[in-house]
Design a protein around this ligand. Structure first.
Ligand code: ACO
Length: 429
């Protein structure tokens, strides 16, 4: 809270509201008493101007292209940290020392295995079931086999265990959904492998041949997960908070987060980008054709992987990914024809008034699909990969909401339907 106040005048009457300032000097007018004092509510569809919480996890400055986890710039983290270290940082607020990291890793290894009865549930899904539907359903199911995670007030070792269970099992669920879809036997985790190598082993090992991830592939997957680890109050994280605000358990809350992430305007965009690039490549039509469609107000078509609610100059994650995509393709001695299409599309949009005026730049999803293709992840798993990466952020936000004893989320509306009218019995209609 600051000394500053904001004055609102309605019909000649003035009301004063207090002002909050964050540690990065971002400011908010406290309208919590607006309705009780004035009878009015604020209308902010999509919540572009609404602060829903106080948070010390992640800072984003969209105008300057800044992203920091717990104060550490994403560029430095992406260069130097593993996903497990970043998960620890996001969850517990500080970088782990070697002993804390070793304990955290050991906890993850201990909880990597799915309960045998839980494994049987995979056979109940049709072979072509969407992996995001499986992930959301199975995350909720995990809590049935580990009822202790339903305690939303667990502290200390109880909370540590719940966190490790979720971070570790989400990886096995994702890999098992792929094994099931491809008709392959489930591949159990190997506690000696790192977080990323273990996931790739569960995805790609065969009973007669263990898949050993090369350092290039392991690093690339680490980077992908690190860049997705948190992004303050986006659609899926806000969903986790809204669900958690009813004091729903962590597993139900993140299961709802998975559903929110699935949509093509959010995490589903990473797969939609690849489908769009493939369509552009195979159609033989010039890129200008797709730009015109995206600009046409009578057409719903959008360029996937472009635009962002918060970033208005560039998305720092997209710059990091773009650089790394080149290096990974080179190290793996691969060429991806879709990269050329992506580069041309980016170049053309950067020169096009429509995209420039609206500040539409490539977001994280624009180049992430090309990275996932290079390391062999199938297209229908891309958003699942995003969900694995975002798990630390969802957990930390759920936890923070409880620590702050946040009120239940319950927005208002302006009613636009019929005013009162007498009921007409069926016989008279
Ligand atoms: N292609 C064409 N036009 C676009 C695009 C796009 N990708 N994105 C926004 N616009 C236009 C809108 O039509 C609108 O134009 P108008 O002012 O003439 O009406 C203007 O830019 C502002 O767009 P909004 O939809 O109001 O922006 P909003 O902040 O609500 O949406 C979003 C952001 C959802 C990311 C949007 O840019 C979009 O749909 N992008 C494509 C999907 C995508 O890549 N999503 C991933 C986002 S990153 C993430 O979630 C991990």
């Amino acid at each position: 809270m600051t000394d500053e106040t904001a004055t609102l005048t309605i019909a000649g009457k003035s009301y004063e509201f207090e002002v909050y300032t964050g540690t990065e000097n971002e400011r908010a007018i406290d309208f919590q008493k607006l309705r009780s004092q004035t009878g009015y509510i604020t209308m902010d569809q999509g919540y572009g101007n609404t602060g829903s919480c106080f948070s010390s996890i992640t800072y984003v400055d969209g105008a300057k292209g800044i992203l920091r986890y717990r104060g550490y710039p994403i560029e430095e983290i992406a260069e130097q940290a593993t996903f497990v270290e970043v998960a620890y940082l996001i969850l517990y607020g500080e970088l782990p020392d070697p002993r804390q990291l070793a304990n955290f890793r050991a906890n993850l290894a201990e909880h990597a295995q799915l309960h045998t009865s839980l494994e049987h549930h995979f056979s109940g899904f049709p072979k072509d079931a969407p992996p995001m539907a499986i992930l959301s359903a199975m995350l909720n199911l995990v809590s049935c086999f580990h009822p202790e995670v339903l305690d939303v007030h667990a502290e200390g070792p109880g909370f540590d265990r719940t966190v490790a269970l979720l971070l570790s099992k989400v990886r096995a669920i994702a890999a098992f959904s792929y094994r099931m879809a491809t008709g392959k036997p489930l591949m159990h985790p190997n506690p000696n492998l790192s977080y990323c190598s273990n996931f790739l082993h569960m995805m790609f090992s065969e009973p007669y041949r263990e898949f050993i991830a090369t350092p290039v592939v392991e690093r690339a997957l680490n980077l992908f997960l690190v860049l997705h680890a948190d992004h303050e109050q986006n659609c899926s994280t806000s969903t986790v908070r809204v669900v958690g605000s009813s004091r729903a358990n962590l597993f139900s809350s993140v299961s709802a987060g998975v559903c929110a992430l699935w949509g093509p305007l959010h995490g589903g965009a990473n797969a939609a980008v690849i489908r769009m690039l493939e369509e552009i490549k195979t159609s033989g039509k010039p890129i200008s054709h797709y730009l015109e469609m995206a600009k046409d107000k009578n057409n719903d078509y959008r360029l996937m992987g472009f635009g962002h609610r918060v970033y208005k100059n560039f998305d720092p994650r997209s710059l990091i990914l773009k650089k790394r995509v080149y290096a990974v393709l080179e190290e793996l001695q691969q060429e991806d024809p879709l990269l050329e299409v992506a580069l041309e599309l980016e170049e053309k949009t950067l020169k096009d008034d429509y995209f420039v005026e609206r500040n539409l730049y490539p977001n994280i999803d624009f180049y992430s699909g090309i990275l996932l293709r290079a390391i062999g992840i199938p297209l229908n798993m891309y958003t699942v990969m995003f969900a694995i990466g975002r798990m630390p952020g969802w957990i930390a936000n759920w936890r923070e909401l409880l620590e702050h004893n946040q009120r239940i989320s319950r927005p208002r509306q302006i009613y636009t339907g019929e005013t009162t009218r007498p009921f007409v019995p069926l016989a008279q209609r």
